[in-house]
Design a protein around this ligand. Structure first.
Ligand SMILES: NC(=O)C1=CN([C@@H]2O[C@H](COP(=O)(O)OP(=O)(O)OC[C@H]3O[C@@H](n4cnc5c(N)ncnc54)[C@H](OP(=O)(O)O)[C@@H]3O)[C@@H](O)[C@H]2O)C=CC1
Ligand SMILES: O=C(O)[C@@H]1CCC=N1
Length: 269
């Protein structure tokens, strides 16, 4: 069945989800609205053959409404949505740091799922966390699951875990991109051209990702297989250990989860 989805907000994550849904096997009828950036909306229309709509038309014609605006803008959108009949709609909020209780307060009785996808929805490899709101029916939960299963894998979690999940998979792609950027710089420092370093790093990252996906070995086992005793990898990994990479990663993940919690404090009215 063709599912009608309306995106409120047409920025980075909306584009990643729309791009993925357009590549997926299932049929989706997609509308999008944003605040004021007409060029941006036109880009989405031209690239993905979706329909640009105002909020009224979008709500009327979409069974699922995906709120994809910055956390600070969610309340404004929710207050606008109060003007519409939403009883047969499923709202999915992808905003970090906006708790379900905000929706319960302003849109009582309405079905809301909190989702935390990542930008790899664009290539159908997102890892999306989903927290089910109290008014969501079985059918609506399935519908929400199907949308994000079309663009990768999903994990249902209780809302209390969504900030931890954000710190791992929601923000996670950026950690790997940063590591790739650092390794490219290191390659240049060692005498490779930027182009050479980029090809070497990106292919290595893609290869390591495929090994993790396709072999039945853990990351730890795969690491051991690269590391000869007292060899070259061993020399490099010792530096990561001495410089406490594990501790740095933990500190970063904690900072991310804490920022999500702080946002919840700022966006709870
Ligand atoms: N980027 C990511 O990797 C992820 C982001 N998220 C969450 O998704 C949300 C959006 O992030 P992102 O896409 O990066 O942000 P962007 O800044 O790229 O996009 C925000 C969009 O919201 C629109 N907007 C703002 N106010 C309104 C409004 N009142 N009505 C309609 N549209 C509005 C903006 O329109 P205009 O340009 O016209 O102002 C813009 O299109 C955030 O809450 C974030 O936490 C979740 C997972 C991953
Ligand atoms: O950085 C952010 O706040 C958003 C949420 C998860 C990924 N990006």
């Amino acid at each position: 069945m063709t599912q009608s989805i309306g995106f409120i907000g047409g920025g980075n994550i909306a584009e990643a989800i729309i791009g993925g849904l357009k590549k997926a096997d299932a049929q989706f009828l997609i509308r999008a609205s944003n605040r004021s950036n007409h060029e941006r909306l036109q880009h989405l229309v031209d690239k993905y053959s979706i329909t640009a709509s105002n909020l009224e038309e979008l709500v009327e014609n979409s069974r699922v409404l995906i709120i994809a605006v910055k956390p600070k803008d969610v309340l404004g959108v929710v207050k606008q949505l109060k003007n519409y009949r939403l009883h047969d709609k499923l709202i999915i909020s992808v905003a970090a740091g906006v708790p379900l209780k905000v929706f319960y307060k302003h849109l009582p009785g309405i079905a809301v799922i909190r989702a935390m996808p990542n930008t790899s929805t664009a290539v159908l490899h997102s890892m999306t966390g989903l927290a089910r709101g109290e008014n969501v029916t079985e059918e609506q939960a399935e519908m929400g699951g199907e949308i994000f299963s079309a663009t990768g894998k999903i994990m249902w979690v209780p809302e209390e875990k969504i900030n931890a999940l954000t710190a791992i998979s929601g923000s996670g792609p950026a950690y790997f991109y940063l590591f790739a950027e650092s390794l490219i710089k290191a390659g240049v420092h060692l005498g490779l051209s930027e182009e050479e370093a980029e090809i070497l790093v990106l292919e290595t990252l893609i290869g390591a990702g495929k090994m993790i996906a396709e072999s039945d070995k853990s990351p730890g086992k795969l690491r051991e297989e690269v590391t000869s005793p007292n060899g070259t990898t061993y020399a490099a990994l010792n530096v990561f250990t001495d410089d406490k990479l594990e501790f740095t990663v933990l500190k970063a993940a904690k900072a991310c989860a804490q920022r999500a919690e702080d946002l919840e404090g700022e966006n709870s009215d």
